[in-house]
Design a binder for this molecule. Structure first.
Ligand SMILES: [Zn+2]
Length: 230
C-alpha cells in the first residue's frame, strides 16, 4: 500500500495512488515530502528504457525512425509531468478562511478534467462539478483549491467511480467543518470510443454526496443539479 498522504484515497487499486517512489519518501520525511527534479528524471530515464523495449516487442524499429527515436523518453516525460502528474506531487498546504456566517452552497462547475483509465491507459476527458456547504462557524477555501484537487486526483490512472470518490474525500478533508460535499463528473472514455465497442459520444456520469446533500427533502441536491446544468 502506497498512500501515506492523508488526502490519498485508493482503498482498491493501489496502482492508482501516489508513486511508490513518492510514497517511500513521504514515509521517511513526512506527508509534505516531494520528489526532486533529479528523482523525477531518474524515473523518466528508467521508464523510457522499458517503453523502448515495449515498442521493440511490438515489432517497431523505433531507433531507426527520426519521428520515433526519442518517443520512449517523450512518453515517459508525459506520464511523469502531465498524464500521471498527480502521482508524483502532493497537494501543497491549503489555506482556509473563516466562512463569516455563510452557510449556503459553494459551487464550482465545468472544471476541466483530464485523466486516464487504469484498465486500458486511454484518456478520460470531461468536466467536474464540485460543491460544499461550509458550517456557518467553519472554514471556506480559495476557489482554485478545488481545481487543484481535480488535477491531483485525475492526473493518474484511475476509474471514474474511484476518481469521483477521491475528489469527494479530498474536498471533505480540506473544507474543515463542512456539513456536506457534492461531486459530479461527466466524462467521455477513449477506451469506449477508440477501442473495444468504438462508440463515440457516450458519456459517463458519476455523483458522490455526503452530509446535508443526503438529507431527506433537501433542496441542496436539486440546487446542485441546477448549478451543474447552468
Ligand atoms: Zn478503460
Amino acid at each position: 500500500m502506497n498512500k501515506p498522504h492523508s488526502l490519498e484515497l485508493a482503498t482498491a487499486g493501489y496502482a492508482n495512488g501516489i508513486s511508490t517512489q513518492l510514497a517511500a519518501k513521504q514515509r521517511q520525511d513526512g506527508d509534505q515530502a516531494c520528489l526532486t527534479t533529479d528523482e523525477k528524471e531518474a524515473i523518466i530515464a528508467e521508464a523510457a528504457q522499458h517503453f523502448g523495449d515495449f515498442l521493440t516487442a511490438l515489432g517497431c524499429n523505433w531507433q531507426q525512425d527520426p519521428n520515433s527515436a526519442d518517443t520512449p523518453r517523450r512518453v515517459a516525460k508525459a506520464y511523469v509531468h502531465d498524464l500521471w502528474r498527480g502521482r508524483y506531487e502532493s497537494l501543497s498546504e491549503v489555506t482556509s478562511f473563516p466562512s463569516d456566517g455563510y452557510n449556503g452552497q459553494v459551487f464550482e462547475g465545468n472544471i476541466p478534467l483530464t485523466s486516464m483509465c487504469s484498465h486500458h491507459h486511454q484518456a478520460i476527458l470531461g468536466l467536474a462539478h464540485i460543491a460544499y456547504i461550509p458550517h456557518q462557524d467553519g472554514k471556506v477555501v480559495g476557489l482554485s483549491k478545488l481545481n487543484r484537487i481535480v488535477e491531483q486526483c485525475s492526473r493518474r490512472g484511475t476509474i471514474q467511480e474511484q476518481m469521483t470518490l477521491a475528489i469527494h474525500h479530498a474536498v471533505d478533508q480540506i473544507c474543515e467543518g463542512n456539513v456536506g460535499v457534492a461531486v459530479m463528473i461527466t466524462a467521455e472514455h477513449h477506451c469506449v470510443s477508440c477501442r473495444g465497442v468504438k462508440h463515440t459520444g457516450a458519456t459517463m456520469k458519476t455523483t458522490q454526496f455526503s452530509g446535508d446533500y443526503l438529507a431527506q427533502d433537501t433542496a441542496y441536491r436539486t440546487e446542485f443539479y441546477e448549478f451543474c446544468r447552468a
